[in-house]
Design a protein around this ligand. Structure first.
Ligand code: SAH
Length: 412
């Protein structure tokens, strides 16, 4: 029998008995293993109806035929058929709901759309001053890209939109990398943003992710508050996020380590941009900053050999476990750096340690760090837990969205 569902497609995914449970709890992903039958031949990004084995409607979703995550949900409501107006409304709402976030007062750089948490799986949009950087990582968002970009243009007011769809996850959805200007001229250099009274140059064309780690905004501010008169070690410093906040907070010294020369160069420039030589009243003292181009795993060992000690250490490594397959290897990596960092900590010293791996839950991360503490034969207390800033919300029904977690530990 040929039929056309309300989304104008012929395709339906029928789940295996019992596999509707996660969708009934509003979890927005359909895994390939849950599917009993595909009716029709859904193309990449096409809207499909998802139904339970008894035929009952569960969701409208975007199909990604080559991905393990075979479909990502647009809506759990049968009447809410995905169409242009719905997606435009979602973008508008995402931008509007950030209007009164506390971060808005202290920064001109903010995540305006955070994928699933804004009802837009596969769409990230970060505003850096007047430039919007868009990242599309799902077949569904790719299918609707023109509508989404136009909606962002209208809702954000940004007149320059640049695409950074070069994340590895695109390959899992069968999508090639895409980068370049979508609206207006490409930026002719780094964009300058402000955050908690500090200025940063952001390289949106060649930088990591969309250029800056906006998710760490609040955590950088807290580390800054803790840094007064301390010797700080900032590992995986990238463009100097935590370095600048520590210097701003009155650190005695900050050693920053990264293996990317380009990131370190930008980081140095960022300290100088806020430096005393610019005549700022509370400028940063470049003489207190030391830069090390090295592999953190090795450098921590080297510092131990040298007998160096610190009062405050930041560990903000890249994603060690992008998916759950890499968890074991990631756990070893986290344990290694945490163990070696703890051994460099003076009594009473603080360790701000992070993981941005979706595959490593907050629970597991705490266990790994506890293991590192035990091996270091060191008792530590959790003083604070870290999360991503409010413009990176987490859906209650989608805990995998909580990728960034961290602990502030104090050596007892
Ligand atoms: N804390 C930063 C973001 C860190 S991003 C901020 O607030 O902006 C992770 C950084 O780790 C990147 O700059 C990357 O170049 C660096 N990196 C990755 N592997 C590394 C390694 N083994 N040793 C040193 N740096 C590494």
């Amino acid at each position: 029998m040929s039929f056309m569902n309300k989304a104008g497609t012929k395709a339906t995914l029928v789940l295996k008995p019992g596999r509707e449970k996660s969708l009934l709890r509003l979890h927005p992903w359909v895994f390939s293993g849950a599917i009993a039958m595909v009716k029709g031949e859904p193309q990449s990004g096409e809207t499909v109806a998802v139904r339970a084995s008894d035929g009952r409607f569960l969701a409208w979703a975007a199909c990604s035929p080559s991905s393990q995550i075979r479909a990502k949900v647009w809506s759990f409501i049968e009447q809410e058929v995905p169409h242009e107006a719905l997606l435009r409304e979602r973008v508008k709402r995402a931008v509007a709901r950030r209007g009164n976030f506390p971060g808005n007062v202290t920064t001109n750089a903010m995540r305006l759309v955070h994928a699933e948490a804004d009802g837009l799986p596969g769409l990230i949009a970060d505003r850096y001053d007047d430039v919007l950087v868009v990242q599309i990582t799902s077949a569904g968002a790719e299918r609707w890209r023109d509508v989404l970009v136009d909606a962002l243009y209208v809702a954000s007011g940004c007149r320059q939109i640049y695409e950074r769809s070069d994340a590895d996850v695109r390959a899992l959805e069968g999508l090639p990398a895409r980068v370049g200007s979508l609206v207006g001229a490409p930026p002719d250099g780094p964009v300058i943003i402000g955050e908690h009274g500090l200025k940063y140059r952001v390289d949106i064309v060649a930088g990591q992710k969309t250029g800056f780690f906006l998710d760490q905004r609040d955590n950088r501010a807290l580390v800054g508050e803790l840094a007064r008169d301390r010797d700080v070690l900032n590992c995986f410093c990238y463009t100097g996020g935590f370095t600048l906040s520590a210097l701003h907070g009155g650190a005695r010294s900050v050693m920053s380590v990264d293996s990317s020369g380009a990131a370190l160069e930008l980081a140095r420039g960022n300290v100088a941009l806020n430096g005393l030589e610019h005549g700022l009243e509370h400028g940063l003292d470049t003489a207190r900053a030391e830069w090390v181009d090295a592999d953190v795993f090795r450098h921590l060992r080297e510092l131990r050999t040298q007998g160096r000690n610190f009062d405050l250490i930041v560990l903000d490594p890249p994603k060690f476990a992008p998916t759950s397959k890499d968890v074991e290897r990631a756990a070893r990596g986290y344990k290694d750096i945490n163990l070696n960092a703890l051994k460099l900590l003076r009594p009473g010293g603080l360790l701000a340690t992070f993981s941005c791996s979706s595959g490593v839950s907050a629970d597991l991360f705490q266990k790994i760090v506890a293991g590192a503490g035990a091996d270091a034969e060191m008792s530590c207390s959790i003083v604070r837990r870290f999360f991503a800033a409010a413009d990176h919300p987490v859906l209650l029904e989608f805990p995998e969205g909580e990728y960034l977690k961290g602990l502030l530990l104090q050596r007892n």
